[in-house]
Design a protein around this ligand. Structure first.
Ligand code: KG4
Ligand code: ZN
Length: 321
């Protein structure tokens, strides 16, 4: 079964062709990120205007790259929620019009759930061609710009929420810390790179702890970085790499310990991660060693499938048909 996926929840316009929820034939992603960078965050009006311009050529390119036509497509999938309303409307209206005119089914997919599905996709450009399917049930950790949540993922890719952030999402904290330190937007990739300039530091920042074992809080650590910066940035010894190293270390430790705790509490041997922060190299390596020592099988999406993309939407849609 061939599904055409469409994703327009934030600044990206993406279309993909995926077979049977598994093989990615094409996955075209166009981002308007550069136009937002001067404002330090996404401007919804700019995002949706660009998506209106891009959606038709992006869908055409996804079909051409997969070497298929509209006739070969069995269903159309689209991101239903969550996201910026103007951006979602572009994708949903386009997909609804396409489904009616081609007389094909339309499948609406939750963006957050789809991030966790990304680890099940076989990306043709990746080296790992065998790419094993995750065994379900599993624990799933979604860490993106807008969400940080832990799920129990059951058979047929159903999602049961175990915990989530009470304030900022993990990606949001990376973006805000980068803004405080004047490192540009988005903050995740630059912090990831800069943190590697330092091996060790005595500097410590702590993530907030909640009554609920699977809930997160990242707003306090961002404020701690702000106060530290205000107090010390004029000192000769002040080193931004040290600050981001300590910040990243603490966020990663919190994400790893809560994910592992959920696996052990629920007696599950599979952990899935997804979302933009899953691209973080320190998180990937720390999760891998923690999972190795507990005999837990870790499934991380190919690097380019961590960020927003339509392949994950077309993939999960196969289980919603
Ligand atoms: O999943 P995503 O592409 O969009 C949303 O659905 O939000 O995630 C974007 C977020 C941004 O906050 C960005 O700073 C973060 O993912 N991000 C990273 C890295 N690459 C992107 N965070 C930490 N380390 C990275 N390497
Ligand atoms: Zn996302």
């Amino acid at each position: 079964m061939l599904i055409l996926g469409i994703e327009t929840s934030c600044d990206e316009t993406s279309a993909a062709i995926v077979e049977d929820g598994r093989s990615v034939y094409s996955n075209v992603v166009v981002s308007s990120l550069k136009e937002h960078q001067q404002y330090g965050g996404i401007i919804p009006e700019i995002a949706s205007r660009r998506q209106l311009e891009c959606i038709t050529p992006v869908v055409d390119e996804a079909l051409a790259k997969a070497n298929v036509s509209f006739d070969d497509i069995d269903a159309i999938a689209v991101t239903q929620e969550p996201g910026l309303i103007g951006s979602l409307l572009v994708g949903i209206s386009f997909a609804e019009g396409l489904a009616v005119s081609l007389n094909k089914p339309l499948i609406r997919v939750n963006h957050i759930h789809a991030h966790l599905y990304a680890s099940a996709l076989k990306d043709h450009d990746a080296l790992d061609l065998e790419h094993p399917l995750p065994n379900l049930p599993a624990i799933g950790l979604v860490v993106s710009g807008g969400h940080s949540s832990l799920f129990r993922v059951t058979q047929n890719w159903q999602f049961e929420l175990l915990g989530q952030t009470r304030d900022d999402a993990a990606g949001e904290a990376f973006d805000k810390v980068a803004r405080i330190l004047d490192l540009g937007y988005p903050g995740g990739p630059v912090i990831d790179r800069m943190a590697k300039n330092v091996d060790k530091t005595d500097l410590r920042f702590k993530c907030g702890q909640m009554d609920q074992p699977y809930d997160f809080s990242f707003s306090g650590i961002k404020t701690a970085v702000l106060y530290h910066h205000q107090k010390n940035s004029e000192n000769d010894s002040y080193n931004k790499s040290e600050v981001v190293h300590a910040f990243q270390k603490s966020v990663v430790k919190d994400l790893v310990s809560k994910s592992l705790r959920a696996c052990l509490d629920q007696n599950l041997q599979t952990l899935l991660i997804g979302g933009g922060v899953a691209a973080n190299s320190h998180l990937r390596s720390e999760l891998q060693s923690a999972c190795d020592s507990e005999n837990i099988s870790l499934h991380i999406p190919a690097f380019r499938l961590c960020l927003d993309n339509a392949a994950m939407i077309a993939g999960l849609a196969f289980y919603r048909k």
